[in-house]
Structure formats: structure tokens, C-alpha cells
Design a binder for this molecule. Structure first.
Ligand code: KIV
Length: 356
């Protein structure tokens, strides 16, 4: 999905940033609304990660995410990510052979609109990476804690803490660079190991739980915005507490609907009095229908009674008083409307008599 007239940084921007020593900033996003935020904040790349399965779809791990899922979400992200590079994750079991990897990666690029794909695994993925790159598909590697192997790794734990494990991580990184990856995500490894790997490679590394000395950082958007519950991994920093903000907004919405404070006059569409009367005449069954003052007055009384009920429940004297005042105001308005209707009926009656 090419967006006409839009210039976005590509994989070459990653290499340039490493050369310049400027950190690369990435976050995940899975839909249009959140991708728009990431795009507006000027991050370098959005990852449509298979963390989708946990963060958005509510699974315990990433294993049930499918290529169709990533394509579906990537398309939404692409519509918002007009300035930001978009990398899409290859889900578990979608790259078991080089041929399968190429077919599924093409779907992520052609149907999902991704600029590049990411896959998990080091040395064992070298042939697949080589095949993808030869097919013109930019590949980001992912080593260290690879969530698709979480069961084989014995859980969500830091990798590369022994000299032997750190040596394997370095070998994985070298194999991916040699196979043609344009960058490598390093997840949950000691900072010293990540720094050493980074300085051993030409291509940039993107850390997540890998300390400050990688070529860039990536975080799961919902973690950094404070939309995921505790406990969070040590490496996550919450840059906002959106959960509190969102629950507070929803609570106020609920309260205002209950007390009929929302929708208020400024949220309501009006109608010309003449059209309203014509409508009432067309739909009435003979008697003169209620006019706007009567209807609005009735609404105000309902709102007042609801406020009083909530005031009684929460022992809120001010709410009770406001409700009583609304009710009285409603009665007055309804009475005024009723009087207007009676006068209208009388005028009509006199008119009819004069005709006779
Ligand atoms: O799926 C994902 O969000 C990821 C990041 C954790 C790097 O792979």
C-alpha cells in the first residue's frame, strides 16, 4: 500500500542514525488511533508487534497471533503512519521455512503496507533472512528474550547472563548481520552484553530491556502510556498514567448520563419551531400535541429527579438541591408551554367559529 506523495524514512535511515550516533526511537502501535499519536510525536518507526496478542487481544502470550491479524492491524496503522516507518512482526509459525517466510512477509508488505518485517531468532534464522533479503524484503532481527519461544526459554526471563549465553547472543547477532538484517531488536539482556553486541556490529541494535547503549529503544505503547496493569517488567518506564485518566473520564461520563447532565444544550441538535410543529401535526392523532417548552420542561423534571435520586444514594446534599431546583424549573417551563398550547387552541377555536 503505497501512499502517494508521502516521503517516509526507510531502512537506510536506521544505518544513518547509527553512523551519526543519534538514538532511534520506536514504539508499537496496533490501530489507527494510537498510530496517529506515535506519528504525531515524531518517533522513527512503529512496530506492529505480535505483542498485539497480549496487549490488545488479551492472550497470555503472543503465540496465537496470525498473519491475518497482523495484516488487519497493520492496514489500520498504515493509514495513520504517514511519516513514520512501519515494521510488521512475523507471527509464530509463519516462517517455518524460507519459502513460507517469503510468502507471508509479502502479505505483510503488500496487504498490510509494512516497510519491513521483523522475525525472532538468531543463527537458526540466517538462511531464512538471506532468502527474504534476496527477495527484496527488509528484515529486522530479534534476539535475546524472544517471546515466541517463551515456553522453550522457561518463561519471561533475562537472557545472556552467563558468559556462555552472552557468547551465543553475540553469535546470533553476527549471524543476522551477515545474513542481511538492517537492524536487530535485543530484548531483556544485561546492558553490558547489549552494549558489546552493539559495538561489534555495523547495523543498529534496538534495545528493549537492554540498557542505554544500544542504537535505539523500542517499547510497547500501552506499557509506556500506563495502559497495562502491574506487574510490569523492570525495564518499562511509564511515561503517563492513562489508566487513571481513562477511568476518571468514564466515571464522569457514567455519572453525567445518570444525572442527565450529559448531553447538555451544547451537545444537542435543534430544529426550526415551524418544522417541529409541522412534524407534530403530521404525526398527531387529533389532539394538539405538546410544544417544545412542555417537552423540555418534562425533560428537565426527569433530570432533576434523577439527580435527587443519585444525591440520596450518595448522600450528596448539593446534588439533591440541584436536582430539586431542576425539577422546579422543569415544572415552570412545562406550565408555560401548557399555557401557550391552551392559548393556541383557543385562538384556533375562535378562528373556526369565525369561519362558520
Ligand atoms: O511484539 C512486540 O511488541 C515486540 C517488541 C517487544 C520488540 O516484539
Amino acid at each position: 500500500m503505497i501512499l502517494p506523495g508521502v516521503e517516509r524514512p526507510g531502512v537506510e535511515a536506521f544505518a544513518r542514525r547509527k553512523r551519526e550516533g543519534t538514538p532511534i526511537v520506536m514504539a508499537t502501535a496496533y490501530d489507527f488511533a494510537t498510530a496517529r499519536l506515535v506519528d504525531a510525536a515524531g518517533l522513527d518507526a512503529i512496530l506492529v508487534g505480535d505483542s498485539l496478542g497480549m496487549v490488545v487481544l488479551g492472550h497470555d502470550d503472543t503465540l496465537s497471533v496470525t498473519v491475518d491479524d497482523i495484516v488487519h492491524h497493520a492496514r489500520a496503522v498504515r493509514r495513520a503512519a504517514t511519516h513514520t516507518m512501519m515494521i510488521a512482526d512475523m507471527p509464530a509459525l509463519s516462517y517455518e521455512s524460507p519459502e513460507q517466510a517469503v510468502a507471508n512477509a509479502r502479505r505483510l508488505l503488500e496487504e498490510g503496507g509494512a516497510d519491513a518485517i521483523k522475525l525472532e531468532g538468531g543463527m537458526r534464522m540466517a538462511t531464512t533472512v538471506r532468502t527474504l533479503v534476496a527477495a527484496g524484503i527488509p528484515v529486522q532481527g530479534h534476539i535475546g528474550l524472544t517471546p515466541q519461544q517463551v515456553r522453550a526459554l522457561g518463561g519471561w526471563r533475562v537472557q545472556g547472563r552467563t558468559a556462555e549465553d552472552a557468547t551465543l547472543i553475540l553469535a546470533d547477532a553476527r549471524a543476522l548481520e551477515e545474513a542481511g538484517c538492517f537492524s536487530i531488536v535485543i530484548e531483556c539482556v544485561p546492558a553490558l552484553v547489549a552494549a558489546h553486541v552493539t559495538s561489534s556490529l555495523q547495523i543498529p541494535t534496538i534495545g528493549i530491556g537492554a540498557g542505554p547503549d544500544t542504537s535505539g529503544q523500542v517499547l510497547v505503547l500501552h506499557d509506556l502510556l500506563g495502559l497495562t496493569p502491574d506487574p510490569l517488567p523492570r525495564f518499562v518506564k511509564r511515561f503517563a498514567d492513562m489508566t487513571t485518566v481513562a477511568i476518571d473520564a468514564l466515571t464522569r461520563y457514567r455519572e453525567e448520563v445518570l444525572t442527565r447532565a450529559y448531553p447538555a444544550a451544547e451537545h444537542v441538535y435543534d430544529m426550526q419551531e415551524a418544522e417541529w410543529r409541522r412534524f407534530l401535526h403530521q404525526s398527531s392523532d387529533g389532539g394538539t400535541p405538546m410544544n417544545r417548552d412542555e417537552l423540555k420542561g418534562k425533560g428537565e423534571q426527569l433530570k432533576g429527579r434523577a439527580k435527587q435520586a443519585v444525591g440520596d444514594l450518595t448522600n450528596d446534599e448539593q446534588m439533591r438541591n440541584e436536582g430539586a431546583a431542576d425539577e422546579v424549573r422543569g415544572e415552570v417551563q412545562e406550565g408555560f408551554g401548557r399555557a401557550r398550547r391552551k392559548i393556541g387552541e383557543k385562538v384556533e377555536e375562535i378562528g373556526e367559529r369565525l369561519k362558520d
